[in-house]
Design a protein around this ligand. Sequence first.
Ligand code: SF4
Ligand code: SF4
Length: 269
Amino acid sequence: MKRTVIKIDENRCNGCGQCVEGCHEGALQIIESKARMISYLYCDGLGACIGQCPLNAIELEEKEVEPYSEYAVMKRLVDKGEATIIAHLLHLKQHNEQEYFEQGLNYLNEHRIAINMSKLQDSKRTIQKPQSSSCPGSMAMQFNAKQNSNVDAAEISSQLRQWPVQLHLLSPQAGYLRNADLVLAADCTAYAYGNFHNRFIKDNIVAIACPKLDSDKQVYVEKLTEMIDEAGIRSLNVVIMQVPCCSGLFQLAFMAAERAKKKFQSEKQ
Ligand code: SF4
Ligand code: SF4
């Protein structure tokens, strides 16, 4: 089946092994000083390893591979102990992979493996400090809001020029996309960056999505490809948070740009 998995650039990889540690599923191993995928059966394609790599050697790609098997993953995982099992299940839960999550629990039930179920209550709505193995994007933090005496926040007007903004709801046929400069932003970014409207929305069309919690990400790739080829958008800029899971949005945009017939020049800031 065709699905999203990871691709390792062997020329960049120096065999440091950080991605192997970040992959609870056991899909990666260092072999002859390079990180290698041992079987796509174990790769859920959620990209937890991407942010672990200091050399940007890992990216997502669409590929004809065998289906992911939660049972096969669990079979390898149980020997690593309860903490790893829980980290893996929480990771599935945080990414809305309900079906795999339930398959994982079924495996544990069938094999009479007991874990502390209360540790799985860290749902996406109850954000707690993660274990070292959970996604850092879920870590609870508190900030002091900076007061800027020169700017009255109430006077900042919206720069939004279109509706809807959710990528799932945007139609590639919408007239406002024609020759538009499209900004694809991770959901959290507009809340995290105070000047988001002026810096990223002004004069642009905006689409928002969450690479971590949204399902059906393949639809995003197809839709973005249509926007490039059929709506003829002029440029596509991606705004993400500095957490590993968020880089999945950049990867989706990159995959769409690669699939599209019209080519953009790629640039990372
Ligand atoms: S995408 Fe997930 S399962 Fe696949 S290699 Fe990376 S961490 Fe492992
Ligand atoms: S983290 Fe990156 S550089 Fe290190 S082994 Fe994995 S792919 Fe190679």
